[in-house]
Design a protein. Structure first.
Length: 349
């Protein structure tokens, strides 16, 4: 009898776990909420679309949200390579949806667009630039707009600068968020920053880790010393945001890490401009660099130097005093206000 009771309890426990998991999967089904207006009504011209598009022969996910389909398109290019921005959008993007048609794109091999069928050889800078152009033209045709606003974060800012340099006719303006300039120079500055902070705080472990592991240890200590996410020393805030992201289902969340690892491991820098932007001296569109005061992932002094040497119709650095590498995440209100101001200035220019 006791064995039977124990077996029944085990069965009930297994069924309960299964039902709980099923409920989570159902409740966490990927979707994007409708945009609500006054009295909870959905504006007739609003857009809230989570969909697959084919770019370069590969299915990839985009998220399009905005209160008016006629508002200017704002396309975000995420960091990494392979580190999506879409799963963070619900934390910072909503105020922007009143003024822009915001587009998040999980690039091939990243986030929701990661799957085992993507061949590593297709992960090249030129292929991603081609994918981006194809997406931009889809958006221009669909929403009847000649030009768009482009915002690139970190790795995405490398792609972004190449796009506006090669195809200025497609863009109202470019916003480089934590702009990538020169990876080799960045590694040197990161090492110096970590060593200085380790000595200031008496952290001998960090010094030993740098001496033993070199650049492989940078990410850990940049996080620890607040140079990645302002005021936080780990990934917890990103994990929480991913779990709460309506556009990411239970089976999408693990793809964030998998896609980042896959893309970083296989990305080929085959653009003729090279793996850095030191030789890029001019662009024909307005340029804004959104820079966190505490950012040492893409060190601000490299951005300052790059901006001084770059010729553009408008060329500004916008400082985020309470941010490191993720201004849109750490200071979303200032981020949204500043992007809206950028659009006003560009259209008045």
């Amino acid at each position: 009898m006791k064995n039977r009771k124990g077996f029944k309890v085990l069965i009930i426990f297994i069924v309960a776990i299964f039902l709980l998991f099923t409920a989570i999967v159902i409740l966490k089904r990927p979707h994007t909420p409708r945009i609500k207006g006054k009295m909870g009504k959905v504006p007739t011209e609003s857009v809230a679309s989570l969909e697959k598009v084919t770019l370069g022969g590969v299915s990839q996910w985009i998220l399009v949200r905005g209160r008016e389909r006629s508002h200017p398109i704002l396309l975000f290019l995420h960091g990494g390579p392979g580190m999506p921005m879409m799963y963070l959008a619900h934390r910072f993007q909503r105020p922007l949806e009143d003024s822009f048609l915001c587009v998040q794109w999980d690039q091939r091999g990243a986030g929701k667009s990661f799957h085992k069928g993507i061949h590593p050889s297709s992960l090249t800078v030129e292929q991603l630039l081609s994918d981006a152009l194809e997406l931009i033209n889809i958006l221009r045709d669909r929403y009847g707009q000649d030009k768009i606003f482009l915002a690139g974060h970190s790795w995405g800012s490398y792609l972004g600068m190449l796009l506006v340099h090669r195809h200025p006719e497609l863009f109202h303006a470019y916003v480089g968020i934590s702009q990538v300039v020169d990876e080799a120079a960045a590694l040197d500055l990161q090492d110096r920053f970590i060593r200085n902070r380790a000595k200031e705080t008496g952290n001998d472990e960090a010094l030993r880790d740098l001496d033993f592991s070199g650049p492989a240890a940078h990410e850990k200590w940049l996080f620890q010393f607040g140079a990645v996410l302002y005021g936080q020393a780990g990934y917890g805030a990103f994990i929480k945001a991913g779990v709460l992201a309506p556009e990411y289902g239970v089976f999408d969340i693990p793809k964030v890490g998998k896609g980042s690892s896959f893309s970083s491991r296989h990305m080929q820098y085959n653009a003729k401009e090279g793996p850095h932007l030191n030789n890029l001296k001019s662009v024909e569109v307005p340029v804004y660099f959104f820079t966190g005061r505490y950012d040492f992932v893409t060190p601000f002094e490299l951005i300052e130097e790059f901006s001084r040497e770059l010729e553009a119709p408008i060329n500004r650095i916008v400082w985020f005093e309470r941010s490191a590498h993720f201004p849109f995440f750490s200071d979303p209100d200032h981020f949204a206000q500043t992007l809206k101001a950028v659009a006003l200035e560009v259209f008045a220019h």
